[in-house]
Every structure is written in C-alpha cells, then in structure tokens.
Design a protein around this ligand. Structure first.
Ligand SMILES: Nc1ncnc2c1ncn2[C@@H]1O[C@H](COP(=O)(O)OP(=O)(O)OP(=O)(O)O)[C@@H](O)[C@H]1O
Length: 374
C-alpha cells in the first residue's frame, strides 16, 4: 500500500470557508487525509482533514490526542483547534495547526546532489533528535520518522515533527503500584512505518519501541548527510531489510565519525531500553567543534547561505506554480513528494490510561484544550 491510499478525502477548493478558515491551497495529501494552507484573521495555518469511516479507526483523532500532549514542546506544531463537522453530508474531522514552510525531504531534494552540507545536516539531525526525546519523555513513540514528516518552521528556525496519526503510547499504568511501566511487546502487531527508514525490527513486524524511532532517525540522518541510502531504489521491503541487516558500519563511512558512535549505541538498544539522548547530543557537540560548525550560521535553505540564491530563492516562483498545479492532483502530490513506500499495519490505538507524564503535559495544555471539541 502506498502512502497515498484510495481512502476518500474531503476536497476543499481555494477560497472556500471551512469552519471559519479560508482555504488558500492544498499542500498535499497522505494516506488518510489532506492538508490545506488556510487563513483566518490574517493568520496563516495548516488544516488537516479526514473523512470518518465507521469501520476504520480515526487517525486524526489519535493525532489530535497526541499533539495535545506535545504542546509543551517547541518541536511540534501548535494545535489551534480540532473538531468534527459535516461536509457534503459526510462527517469529517479537521485539525488546525502551525503552518510549516516545506518538508525537509523537499528541501533536501532542492540541494545539489540532494544532500545538505555537514553543518545543516548535523543541526537538522539534532533538532529531530530533540523532537524524539521530547516525544519519548511524554510516553509516546512516533513510528514513522522521516524527513517528509518534518516541516521547516522559518519563524522559529526549527523543524517541527508532524504526522502523529500513527504514534502510540509505550507506557501504561501499573495498577499494582500506580507507577508507569513499559508496555509488554505485542505478539503480532503488523507492520507500521516506511520501508526506507524503518528499523529491521519493524520489517520483521515486531512491536516497536523508542529504539525503532531512533533507527528511523539514524537512516534519515544519513540521508541528510549523503543524499541517499544504499536501498533508495529498492522497492521490495524484504530486500531493503536484508540490505539493512548486512550494511553494518559501512553505512557511515562517508558521514562524520560521531554518527558511527551513535549507531553503536542504538544497535544495542532492546525493545524497552531508554536511549541515551544526552550522550548523542554530546557527540554532536563534539562534532560541531571538530568540524567548526557554527550553530548561528544560516541553514542551506536560508537567506545568507551559499545555496540560497541559486537553489532556493529563484526556485520559489516556479515551485509555487508547480504546487498550485499539484493542488488539483492528489496522485501527483504523493508521487512526487512521497516516494517512500509505506505499508501501514493496524492503526495505533489510543490507550485508555493516560500516562503520568502525558497527564502533566495535558494539565499544561488545559487552556488550549478548551478550544478543542472532538
Ligand atoms: N503543519 C503542516 N504545515 C505544512 N505542511 C504540512 C503540515 N502537515 C502536513 N503537511 C504536508 O501535507 C502533506 C500531507 O501530509 P500528511 O501528513 O497528510 O501525509 P503524508 O505524510 O504525505 O502521508 P502519510 O500520512 O500517508 O504518511 C505533506 O506534503 C506534508 O508535508
């Protein structure tokens, strides 16, 4: 199944008003919905939609639930509102969140040889690692980490990790002592993720934990640095898995050497191990000083970088044109910008028990949640 499944999606046109938000254009569509650029009272936002099918789980409902819990972290979109409405006589879920500029996957493809400079690759990788640390601290795993699920947010100069529709809580309340504990691995959870980036454990359809998000982060990081992965052109999941199992340290030969050290840490993580995020962030600090990476430098795609004029500024108009053409075609949008092969297993369920950390975050967000009427 590709990331653009045949699942029906609500279609909105430019200029239409949806629950008080004016549609500017379609940004793209995924397996279960579409995302639109909208505005209200001079504020630009992103609106995500999903038709409700009685027989299917509501992915957007899960995403809203998880995103609510992540409102304390700067690495996630702000959630402005979420509600259920009727569109063309059908029930539709919508959520409105921070509008990102472009996904990292597209920014990377706009670079010569499709890779970022070491400085940009390292800093983006750190930002994504911080996002995962924040998510994991909150008791949640993402299960589909990749560059196309990260949007660049220019005002804060950071990437935001989105698409939490398949995320899942990995902690649960132990009724015996009222403490949080790691959930026991399920026997047959099915596949969840993107073949190009997922861990070999996910290929083997084992239940996922924090380590699996870190494997996907590691493969995405290699792609930021090198522009490709050895299995980029391999479509068969089983062959991709075999290549991942065989490649070992060779994968990192052309990356800064600290990445291989992070790999050594990640490869020894068990299903329920706690990753040492701080150790990996410290390795990045070492890399910054060894390679003379200045954290205040412009990113490759920002004004002031040596690539901006040729690869980003002048591409803007034609890109906008291309985007407006794509706005009329779901298929093209998913073919051009989401080449990764995605096979989704059963959708993530929402745990009955709120985990303790989640409750803390939820308490912090109570004011925001009053706006939300799911
Ligand atoms: N907050 C946002 N701001 C700007 N663009 C966004 C935002 N959220 C998602 N998008 C874009 O909208 C498009 C569709 O996103 P969506 O998450 O629905 O699907 P996907 O990630 O392409 O596919 P799938 O959900 O099947 O993995 C993508 O191109 C994504 O980059």
């Amino acid at each position: 199944m590709s990331s653009s499944s045949s699942c029906a999606k609500p279609e909105f046109r430019a200029g239409q008003i949806v629950s008080g938000f004016e549609v500017v254009k379609k940004l793209g569509s995924g397996g279960f919905g579409a995302v639109y650029h909208v505005k209200k009272n001079g504020m630009e936002m992103a609106l995500k939609t999903e038709f409700i099918d009685e027989e299917e789980d509501e992915t957007l409902k899960n995403e809203v639930h998880m995103l609510r819990l992540m409102q304390w972290s700067p690495a996630f979109c702000r959630l402005y509102t979420a509600k259920r409405l009727t569109w063309n006589s059908q029930p539709v879920n919508i959520m409105v969140m921070t509008l990102c500029n472009r996904p990292l996957s597209r920014l990377r493809r706009m670079m010569p040889d499709r890779h970022f400079t070491k400085s940009t690759a390292a800093r983006l990788s750190v930002q994504l690692l911080e996002a995962l640390r924040d998510l994991h601290i909150s008791g949640i795993i993402h299960r589909d980490v990749k560059g196309s699920n990260c949007g660049w947010h220019a005002p804060t100069r950071r990437i935001l990790l989105f698409d939490l529709g398949f995320s899942r809580k990995y902690l649960e309340l132990n009724p015996e002592n009222s403490k949080m504990r790691h959930r026991v691995a399920r026997k047959d959870p099915g596949f969840m993720g993107t073949s190009k980036y997922c861990s070999v454990y996910a290929h083997d359809e084992l239940d996922q934990g924090r380590r699996d998000d870190l494997w996907a982060w590691l493969y995405s990081t290699v792609e930021f640095f090198l522009g490709t992965l050895p299995w980029t052109n391999e479509e068969k999941s089983i062959l991709v898995s075999n290549m991942k199992k065989r490649v070992g340290k060779k994968l990192f030969f052309k990356c800064p050497r600290e990445i291989a050290l992070m790999y050594e840490h990640i490869r020894q993580l068990k299903f329920d191990s706690s990753p040492d995020y701080q150790m990996m962030l410290d390795l990045y600090k070492q890399m910054y000083s060894r390679l003379d990476i200045d954290e205040s430098d412009p990113f490759d795609f920002e004004e002031g970088s040596e690539f901006y004029e040729q690869h980003f500024r002048h591409k803007t108009d034609s890109e906008i044109e291309m985007e407006s053409e794509l706005a009329t075609s779901d298929e093209l949008a998913s073919t051009n910008f989401s080449k990764e092969i995605v096979t989704m297993g059963s959708k993530s369920e929402t745990s009955e028990e709120e985990n303790k950390l989640g409750r803390l975050a939820a308490g912090f967000n109570r004011a925001i949640n009053r706006l939300i009427s799911f």
